[in-house]
Design a protein around this ligand. Structure first.
Ligand code: NAP
Ligand code: MG
Length: 492
């Protein structure tokens, strides 16, 4: 029986892995050999005179080079944003502002295929994700906030919402265009102007968004996009004429930003790291739960702040869940991100791959048992096999620290109270998932979990109308939905 089962399984794996390649054509991606800084509606050469390369992490090939903005460049962008704010944007009737935001959304939809290919080339995520999730969700954020621009009196009844001024926005590499949309759309809808800095490893879709902004004829200076490394971000944070910092990234840099703006009038929203718990009860639909767990941690190579990187399984179904999980992991296809069959693409950078591999070592040293799928990895590029750890203790680093890779730490539990305590026992509190047949359990747990989002019988679901943000070291402030407007207004 065991042999027959494993033979059937083997056949299934082989057929999944032996699918003929179905690569998306690169011809849709128009990438210039060099990009300057987008300031005051034009691409301007950097005062720093410096450029750096951005590569395709799946092949290690150079895609383009982008400007490295220094403090003088940052100043130029902030001056452009301030001038546009004072002279044009804050005076413009809200319904006129809305038209520009709608236009950005529509052009993004028209160019969706091109953007998906560029996102996948620059960041390494599977084309299925950039095509079906990142780009459409980014466009939806612009549509959603365009709708609010002339309805702020309904968003804030009996109050007047005034814009803050110039927003400095700094974003990470895991959802490059989507994070830009999360930041820019609500800022524009509420009448602010923007200087945005994308991450060093994934600047291209933000620069292509600058092309859309030109095409949409947005008044010059309302959105400025400047590339650079951490120092460029720090210069933006420290610029005296910034009214608001919106940051998504690591908890370490979030803390540095808090220190830097202490004692100033700058407002901030910080979206930081996470260590989400997925909880499977014995009454859950197990196949569905396993699929959700797979999606929760292996989606986007685990480069997701709200990734379900911890799994708690009720003791009576523990063995069964682990078996199903391993079976499903075997069918996952790791490889060329441009291939439409690929489930797990490339790790975003060599540096991130080193961090993940170091955690695999730490996990083993801590005494946890590691299991990886038997797939082969491409020889070039940065790749990691989907990995699970069992025999994990709550105090282990792999159960406490954010790994930001396709690595899942699994523990068992017996009672509701025990799992609530364990799930809440990390410095983070961004998201969580509960899998059960009982509505009462969902209500009980979701009210006791210290996490900004709790998904029930689903995971990693997003909608522009729903707020997102953390507890504890996962940051403060909310993005998305009505709540996302609050971070960009003074209410009088
Ligand atoms: P990171 O190092 O904090 O970088 C985020 C952004 O900040 C990048 O643009 C980065 O530039 C810039 N930066 C670096 N040092 C800076 C400084 N001293 N001052 C100002 N800006 C600075 O984070 P990451 O490693 O790129 O991204 C992964 C992290 O983001 C994870 O911890 C993840 O949980 C978190 N994240 C959170 C959310 C959320 O919504 N809560 C969403 C996505 C990601 P460079 O790229 O040039 O370093
Ligand atoms: Mg890149």
């Amino acid at each position: 029986m065991a042999t027959r089962k494993s033979n059937t399984l083997k056949l299934k794996f082989d057929s999944a892995r032996n699918l003929s390649p179905a690569p998306e054509s690169k011809s849709a991606a128009k990438i210039e050999p060099r990009y300057d800084l987008f300031i005051n509606g034009k691409f301007e050469k950097p005062l720093s005179k410096k450029y750096f390369s951005t590569i395709n992490p799946a092949t290690e090939e150079k895609l383009s080079e982008v400007a490295d903005a220094n403090a003088a460049d940052v100043n130029k962008a902030v001056v452009a944003a301030r001038t546009a704010y004072d002279k044009v944007w804050k005076k413009m009737p809200a319904k006129e502002r809305a038209k520009y935001i709608y236009r950005i959304a529509r052009i993004m939809q028209e160019r969706a295929r091109e953007f998906a290919v560029v996102e996948t080339l620059d960041g390494g995520k599977p084309i299925r994700e950039s095509r079906d999730f990142d780009i459409p969700t980014a466009a939806n954020h612009f549509f959603y906030y365009a709708g609010w621009a002339d309805k702020l009196e309904y968003a804030f009844p009996n109050r007047t919402a005034k814009p803050l001024g110039v927003a400095g926005q700094i974003i990470p590499w895991n959802f490059p265009l989507l994070m830009a949309a999360w930041k820019i759309a609500p800022a524009l809808a509420t009448g602010n102007t923007v200087v945005l800095k994308p991450a060093e490893t994934t600047p291209l879709t933000a620069l292509k968004l600058a092309e859309i902004i030109q095409e949409a004829d947005l008044p010059p200076g309302v959105v400025n996009i400047i590339t650079g490394a951490g120092a460029t971000g720090a210069a933006l944070v420290n610029h005296p004429d910034i009214n608001k910092i919106a940051f998504t990234g690591s908890t370490a840099v979030g803390k540095m930003i808090q220190h830097a703006i202490a004692g100033t009038n700058k407002k901030a929203t910080l979206e930081l790291g996470g260590k989400a718990a997925n909880i499977i009860f014995d009454d859950a639909p197990l196949d569905q739960a396993v699929e959700g767990v797979i999606n929760g941690i292996f989606f986007n190579q685990g480069h997701v702040c709200c990734a379900g990187s911890r799994l708690y399984v009720q003791e009576s179904v523990f063995k069964e869940v682990i078996r199903k999980l391993k079976d499903r992991m075997e069918t996952l296809i790791v490889g060329d991100p441009l291939d439409k069959n690929t489930d797990i693409g490339a790790i975003n950078s060599r540096q991130q791959l080193d961090i993940i591999n170091n955690y695999l070592k730490i996990g083993k040293q801590e005494g946890a048992e590691m299991y990886q799928s038997s797939c082969n990895l491409p020889r070039k590029g940065f790749f990691c096999k989907p990995t699970i750890f069992t025999n994990v203790a709550q105090s282990n680093r792999i159960a406490q620290e954010e790994i930001f890779g396709p690595v899942l730490a699994i523990q068992s539990f017996r009672t509701d109270d025990e799992v609530i305590e364990k799930a809440n026992n990390t410095p983070f509190g961004l998201s969580a998932g509960i899998w059960t047949d009982k509505g009462s359990k969902i209500f009980n747990l979701s009210s006791k979990m210290r996490a900004g989002v709790v998904w029930a019988n689903s995971f990693n679901k997003f909608d522009p109308s729903s707020p997102f943000g953390g507890y504890k070291e996962s940051g403060y402030g909310r993005e998305g939905g009505l709540h996302g407007l609050s971070g960009y207004v003074n209410l009088v």
